[in-house]
Design a protein around this ligand. Structure first.
Ligand code: SDX
Length: 431
């Protein structure tokens, strides 16, 4: 971390505490409070981490007011237009865009790690067929550390590198197997002759009974969806991975923890909840009823796919996703998709409603993604697994950055205790 740029003075009772202020390369400065408790015997209090920087990172930067997302400095809209998912994986992992030789080598390494140990197939058979694919993924990814002992020593740089490649390579295979298992179809092995996105589509939709040819329109849309979900600063699931990793847990266990956190409807589960909401709305004339519910403080209903902790302007990913939805559904000849029409009208009405304008609630990455995935043939239960496999590179990149940080220590927050004062144990007759 750079040297402090200036100092803040905090007065508590009759004591003045000086706290250094650190600056990053872009974005808000930070008040370094690491010595606060020792100097002033007080904690800071920020349960949702709305004003807390939990770490230093050089991977992704979000400007919530400008609606800007940078991966190692490159804007997401430029990457979405000019790059592809595995190249963005390289960028997130190693910090720079690859040369042609570096990219070819990286793609080759990922491609040759896409298969799973055959015995892992047995894990799937222990689940009910109607298990949510996210439940299966949490279980199977956590179990990988039982198979890949040769890449779980977090203190070995080669182990860290191999486990990163293995995770990026195997998550699509695991997600596709979770899907196949849920619909009672046989697992489809990876095909190294296909692209990363094409291979995932093939593993999900091919059947032994006939040839499956990857549709290039869907392949490009799948790759773009993966890219738009790759990393996003210190969101809830990434923070979960970092906290799990801070104890020295193996990378497979850390990613399993990230998958579990992502599942929540306030986070990665919103893409499934959003499409189900759009289907429940059904027709444009019912939108006002749902807008009213979203504004009603006595109704827990929220517009899924709307709002964001950081973005107080348009989520740049939602903008790209909306363009992709128009393009894909147009190319598939289903531009009159009723769900897309409801989504667009809901967005238009919400963005002209003072409630949403004042609270700066805009569509986020989950608002349009489900429409594209639905048009590709995925059930809503596969939306969050696709988010999880796409975010794996972000989780593992942030995990590696944390492990490589020489100042890294176990994360152990404190609390504001409001429970009973000390009291003695009463005999039963005195209760
Ligand atoms: C992701 O962090 C990341 O980067 C996440 C993510 C990533 O890539 O990792 O971007 C992925 O998780 C996107 C978000 C997906 N979740 C949803 O779409 C679920 C619906 N949205 C929310 O529940 C909510 O907006 C959050 C969880 C996304 C953000 O919540 P915050 O920042 O804690 O904001 P808040 O709950 O304090 O809301 C602020 C106000 C509240 O009103 P008041 O109490 O101030 O009167 O806005 C209201 C909320 O009631 N509000 C909404 C709303 N979201 C917030 N009202 C209606 N509909 C909504 N969707």
């Amino acid at each position: 971390m750079a040297e402090p740029t200036r100092t803040a003075k905090l007065t508590i009772d009759d004591k003045v505490i000086e706290l250094p202020i650190q600056s990053g390369s872009i974005g808000p400065d930070v008040l370094d409070i690491r010595k606060l408790y020792g100097q002033a015997d007080v904690f800071t209090f920020d349960p949702g981490f709305t004003s807390t920087a939990a770490c230093e990172s050089a991977i992704t930067y979000i400007d919530g007011d400008k609606g800007e997302l940078l991966h190692r400095g490159y804007p997401i809209d430029q990457l979405a237009e000019k790059s592809h998912y595995l190249e963005v994986c390289y960028l997130l992992l190693y910090g720079e865009l690859p040369t042609a030789v570096q990219l070819s080598d990286f793609v080759g390494r990922v491609t040759r790690h896409t298969m799973l140990h055959e015995q892992i197939h047995n894990f799937f058979r222990g689940f009910r067929r109607d298990a949510h694919p996210m439940a299966t993924m949490v279980g199977v990814v956590g179990a990988l550390s039982a198979f890949y002992h040769d890449s779980t020593d977090i203190n070995d740089a080669w182990h860290r590198e191999v486990s990163a490649i293995r995770m990026i390579a195997k998550l699509p295979t695991i997600a596709a197997m979770a899907y196949k298992y849920s619909i009672g179809q046989p697992f489809v092995y990876p095909k190294n002759s296909l692209s990363y996105a094409g291979n995932f589509l093939h593993m999900c939709f091919a059947v032994p009974a006939e040839d499956y040819v990857v549709n290039p329109i869907l392949e490009k849309a799948m790759d773009r969806i993966m890219m738009l979900h790759a990393d996003h600063e210190q969101n809830a699931s990434t923070s979960t991975v970092r906290l799990a990793g801070s104890s020295g847990a193996n990378p497979f266990a850390c990613i399993a923890a990230g998958i579990a956190c992502l599942w929540g409807p306030a986070h990665g589960g919103a893409n499934q909840a959003c499409l189900e909401m759009l289907r429940e709305i059904g027709t444009v004339d019912r939108i006002p009823e749902f807008i009213a519910r979203a504004k009603d403080k006595n109704d827990p209903f929220r517009l899924m796919g709307f709002g964001h902790r950081v973005y107080k302007n348009f989520d740049p990913r939602a903008k790209v996703m909306k363009e992709s939805a128009d393009e894909v559904l147009g190319l598939l000849g289903i531009e009159n998709n009723p769900t897309l029409q409801v989504a667009k009208e809901l967005e238009r009405i919400a963005l002209s409603d003072p409630y949403f304008v004042e609270k700066k609630l805009y569509p986020n990455v989950d608002f349009y993604s489900g429409i594209i995935l639905d048009a590709m043939g995925f059930p809503t239960s596969m939306f969050t697994p696709i988010f999880a496999l796409s975010r794996t590179v972000g989780w593992i990149s942030q995990w590696k950055e944390m492990i490589d940080d020489p100042t890294q220590k176990i994360g152990r927050p404190r609390q504001l205790y409001t429970g009973p004062q000390r009291r003695d144990y009463p005999d039963m007759r005195h209760r």
